[in-house]
Design a protein around this ligand. Structure first.
Ligand code: NAP
Length: 246
């Protein structure tokens, strides 16, 4: 197994935390990035206790101009370039389109989509030089199926799929793969806010009749980051219990 340098955005909790733990368990050196440094340090401690290598970087994706400095901090700590980028962090600001404030549309697009693009621009030059890289973007089942009340979030997640496919074509010849993972209904803080009634309604539409875990999603990310996944690019991997089949 070749040890790689990985960076996971939104690694302080939920799916991003599970991705960071999975990549560290696979032997990679992992940079944990998000806004909450205290929580990131807790995850880093968990990785180090298990014998892994972890670094922590403060990253606010809503502040697009600050992203390059956070990535510089990451490569300084690693002492080398990032070879695996997991664009995981994401937010929601739900509301019906007719009433949605433009600021709420733009904040979600900036944080979920434009920030991922800016992050990609920080890591691709070195990946192209090294002729090895893995970029994994966290999309969502709603990008494929749509979802009323989430036009901003759905647009951002569908945008990530388009970005994944366009970029995959641009850099495939340099042995850098770009893929998306589309989780279904996963048990994290993001879904904890839903009412029991809404959760029950969503569960009815899931053939597996259960919510997914962050670890279910992290396993897919770990695979796409692996050497074995080297001939897979521009793919959208569903991790959704059969909720949507594409
Ligand atoms: P979560 O529990 O709400 O965690 C979100 C993560 O993103 C946190 O680590 C948070 O860290 C980070 N984050 C939020 N705003 C940020 C910002 N401005 N700058 C940097 N980091 C920021 O979400 P999750 O459920 O794990 O979801 C992870 C990803 O999977 C998201 O992209 C989400 O859209 C996608 N997804 C989730 C589900 C689901 O059912 N849960 C389904 C489909 C797709 P800080 O607060 O510390 O910054």
């Amino acid at each position: 197994m070749t040890q790689r340098n990985a960076l996971v955005t939104g690694a302080s909790r939920g799916i991003g935390k599970a991705c960071a733990l999975a990549l560290a368990a696979a032997g990679h050196r992992v940079v944990l990035a998000a806004r909450d440094l205290t929580k990131l340090e807790e995850v880093a401690a968990q990785i180090r206790e298990a014998g892994g290598t972890a670094f922590v970087v403060k990253l606010d994706l809503a502040d697009l101009d600050s992203i390059p400095a956070s990535f510089k901090n990451a490569t300084d700590q690693l002492g080398g370039p990032i070879q695996i980028l997991v664009n995981n962090a994401g937010i929601t600001k739900d509301g019906l389109s007719m009433r949605m404030k433009r600021a709420d549309f733009e904040t979600v697009l900036d944080t979920n989509l434009t920030a991922a693009f800016v992050a990609i621009q920080q890591v691709t030059p070195a990946m192209l030089r090294e002729r090895w890289g893995r970029i994994i973007n966290l999309s969502s089942v709603v990008a494929q199926a749509g979802n009323a009340g989430q036009s901003n979030y759905v647009a951002s997640k569908a945008g990530l799929i388009g970005l994944t496919k366009a970029l995959a074509q641009e850099i495939a010849s340099r042995n850098v793969t770009v893929n998306a993972v589309a989780p279904g209904f996963i048990e994290t803080d993001m879904t904890a806010v839903l009412s029991a009634e809404v959760k029950e309604r969503i569960l009815q539409g899931i053939p597996m009749k259960r919510m997914g875990s962050a670890e279910d999603v992290a396993a897919a990310v770990r695979f796409l980051a692996s050497e074995e996944a080297g001939y897979i690019t521009g793919h959208v991997l569903n991790v959704n219990g059969g909720m949507y089949m594409s």
